[in-house]
Design a protein around this ligand. Sequence first.
Ligand SMILES: CC(C)(COP(=O)(O)OP(=O)(O)OC[C@H]1O[C@@H](n2cnc3c(N)ncnc32)[C@H](O)[C@@H]1OP(=O)(O)O)[C@@H](O)C(=O)NCCC(=O)NCCS
Length: 175
Amino acid sequence: MAELSEPPRLVWPTVGVRESYLAGERANLLEEGESIELLDEREKDFAGFVAQRRGVQIRWGVPSTMFWYVSGEHYLGALTIRHSLTPELADTGGHVGYHVVPPWRRQGHATRMLAAGLVECERLGLDRVLLTCMPDNHASRRVILANGGVPDGRGSTEDRFWITLGAQGRALSGP
Ligand SMILES: CC(C)(COP(=O)(O)OP(=O)(O)OC[C@H]1O[C@@H](n2cnc3c(N)ncnc32)[C@H](O)[C@@H]1OP(=O)(O)O)[C@@H](O)C(=O)NCCC(=O)NCCS
């Protein structure tokens, strides 16, 4: 396991972590039993892929921003903020989605990455944020609860949590 020379932070997708991104996302897809073919496409034109991912884009039918969690040349994971909710996102998906790639898991990175993501949500003007996760995703549930998530029942498949931004209860603060 590589040592991190600086604390990770959320940045826009960058070509500076190319090798680490491809290795980490390959491990992630293999773990999920998914095809790694899309990574071959990204590898062929990584600069083009990165350019396409930067800034606000319409995804899931709403303006969305993707961040990568990066320390130096190391890519640790990604976090996406959906600036608003559709009825579908209010049921499943919520405002924020994230993952940490396998080489960097179980070191507290997701908990700190979500804390940093909530700061970005505040910058976007959101005052409360919906997160959802599968009932058996104990790690993600812990990440959400550590960041002040308040359970709000279950949608069609996923548990729902609200985080009020600027609330005293939030365990961690962003950068
Ligand atoms: C869920 C995920 C983001 C957690 O990332 P992570 O960096 O390992 O999380 P952290 O190190 O911050 O751990 C958070 C808590 O979960 C626990 N945890 C982490 N992995 C775990 C596992 N596989 N089983 C049980 N608990 C786990 C940690 O011990 C920690 O508990 P603590 O708060 O009591 O210390 C990561 O496993 C992942 O990307 N999974 C696939 C994608 C996904 O599920 N995304 C979320 C969708 S809602």
